[in-house]
Design a protein around this ligand. Sequence first.
Ligand code: SF4
Length: 319
Amino acid sequence: MSDSAPEPAAPANGGPLLTPVQERNLALLRRAGEPLVFDREFIDNVTEQALAGIAELSERLGGERLWVSKGFLANVHGCEAKHLHPDEFEWTAANAAGFVAHKAIELALNWRGEPTPADVVDEALARLADQADQRGAFVGGLSDGDWAELRSRAIDRTTKFLQDFPPLPRGAQPVLEAASKWRPPGSIEFSGKVDLAIGKPNGNESRLLIVDFKSGNRAHHHRDDLRFYALLHTLRQSVPPRKLVSYYLDYSDSEAEDVTEGTLQAALVRTLEGIERHVELTVEGRPAVKRPGFSCRWCPLRGECAEGIAFLAAQHNET
Ligand code: SF4
């Protein structure tokens, strides 16, 4: 692999040998065969469908501004009662480890010399604590105990990435936490933040590899999350990415999907259907449908919801 190839590279002569895990992941990420170029007519058609759908749904929203993200779509396609409940999300040492590790990995990719996970995590924590936003306020206000727990979890994730993910050449232009937005006419905007984007543009050729890091088990919506990113990128750049990857840090394993016309069409349908559900629930008065599932475990309504209580009791009895 050369610097001009937008994918992780095998080490140059004299570099460290890839481990079997890195080899396995690299094989999944590699570009194979002819350069991928999507049909221009198809891209135009997807864009036109998206614009028409957004125009109609914006009108039904009656001017309300709506930001559509992968989390919004996962919620509205899950339990609608939970979707309507105000979000009570709070950062904790457990759930903040992801963004600290992402910052540490970003530093590691640009570090002078060989980075150690502890060094880049400490630097990431120091920089995050100086940020004038919610994350900065959280990191800056941690107790000694929570700080130590967060540091430990972030080092664990950073170490797993640095040891098991294939090395990334700078020529592939890797970007951590790459934010992207698409704002068509109307009141609806799409937004996303990709954990890792790899690939240098080259005309109409699809070269971009989109990677989402996951710290838990595989879940059905992980693929849908990535497909939404692919759609967003396509609407914004008019060139789809070539491959979508969920990388499971605890398992050192990847699940990869090639981007196809079918992938993008499915993502568009799911996205427009999700927005339509939200419009029906919030503007047009349709009653919410409860859909018990694993998300009942952390639903703020779980203490008072009969369906959720029954689901969790059944799960408990099975284990
Ligand atoms: S407990 Fe489960 S079924 Fe009930 S509202 Fe929450 S997610 Fe929905």
